[in-house]
Design a protein around this ligand. Structure first.
Ligand code: FAD
Length: 324
């Protein structure tokens, strides 16, 4: 049986989790195996319906009165106990920090191999998995073989389309209460502070206007905000801009930030360092605005405007307002 870890917000799975389910479904189809899902928390109705659309046959809710907040060892322990009870041989997770955090701990408990950031997986004749996965943030692609009694994988973000299964199912739902020790709760979320949740999340935006060091100041992002709003998108930033304190880390695109896959990414005053490009390589179209015709991003862009963003972006905003 293949068990997919699903993260959710009050019963609503995130896109990365559905991508993880899509990878698990491919494996279940290739192996002729069943596909089940595990989620921590009580909210199940909506989650079950959605997971049924994505081909999951059974949904296991891990519940425990000490699991109100995220506790990675306790999640891992719950998954290990459930996998043992259900006879799961493959456990998949979403390509999120939490997915990697939990599955690494599951791997340590089961002494099983974990392959993160998978781009594609084939099942070999001997049952091993032959897979491709991102290394160094996607600058290299590794071909690897995964063997063992248990195999653990996370999906690379935006690689497995989070689309419904060809044949939906009506999953069974069951609650599973693991035995947890104090040690399992040593690492846990103690308190949650919510940030500014306005606007479209970077990972889901169809238009992203990115600003780098070339923007020059926090105040100058107003022009980029306006452009993003006119196009129905959101603003991202390079690490240099985040380090300057002009934008919050949540806005960072790149190896150590968000991976985006918009229809168009408009990169303003960004040089195109490899660590930035691995975050935006999923963009359908890349438009760069830069004063330097030799900047690395110009070579990688589909379209480029060589010019000062402080003139180009307001001109774009004026043109868009006029066209409206
Ligand atoms: P710069 O490289 O300084 O480029 C500024 C650009 O703006 C230049 O091309 C310049 O020509 C142009 N410019 C200047 N003025 C104007 C103007 N008025 N109009 C138009 N163009 C103008 N970086 C990330 O972005 N994301 C990451 O996740 C990330 N992770 C990293 C992880 C590691 C381990 C390391 C070592 C680095 C990481 N970096 C990351 C940093 C990365 O290497 C670069 O330093 C960073 O991306 C540079 O940001 P930038 O392009 O905004 O700045």
């Amino acid at each position: 049986m293949i068990l997919a870890l699903v993260e959710h917000d009050e019963g609503m799975p995130d896109e990365a989790s559905l991508e993880g389910v899509a990878m698990a479904r491919e494996l279940a189809t290739a192996e002729g195996d069943s596909l089940e899902a595990v989620a921590v928390g009580d909210e199940a109705d909506e989650l079950t319906d959605i997971l049924g659309d994505h081909g999951v046959e059974a949904v296991h809710r891990v519940t425990h009165n000490r699991l109100e907040r995220y506790a990675p060892d306790a999640w891992a322990e719950g998954i290990v106990q459930l996998a043992d009870e259900r006879g799961a041989t493959t456990i998949t997770g979403p390509g999120t920090d939490r997915g990697r955090d939990v599955l690494a701990r599951v791997g340590a408990k089961l002494d099983a191999p974990l392959a993160t950031d998978c781009l594609g997986v084939d099942v070999a004749a001997d049952g091993a998995y032959e897979l491709r996965r991102n290394r160094w943030g996607g600058s290299l692609i590794e071909h690897a073989r995964l063997e063992g009694e248990h195999k653990l994988l996370t999906a690379a973000e935006h690689e497995f389309p989070a689309e419904p299964a060809p044949s939906p199912t009506e999953p069974t739902v069951s609650a599973f209460e693991p035995d947890l020790e104090d040690d399992d709760l040593e690492v846990r979320v103690d308190r949650v502070e919510t940030g500014d949740e306005e606007g479209i999340p970077l990972g889901e935006a169809r238009v992203v206007v990115g600003g780098g060091r070339g923007v020059g100041s926090a105040a100058d992002y107003d022009q980029l905000e306006e452009l993003a709003e006119l196009l129905g998108g959101t603003v991202g930033a390079s690490r240099a801009a985040v380090n300057e304190g002009w934008r919050p880390h949540d806005d960072q695109v790149g190896q150590t930030g968000a991976k985006i896959s918009p229809d168009i990414y408009i990169a303003c005053g960004i040089s195109g360092a490899v660590q930035h490009m691995v975050g935006c390589k999923g963009a359908e179209t890349l438009l760069a605005i830069n004063t330097d015709p030799e900047a690395a991003i110009i070579q990688k862009a589909d379209w480029a405007v060589i010019g000062d963003l402080h003139e180009v972006v307001p001109a774009l905003n004026d043109a868009l307002r006029e066209a409206d």
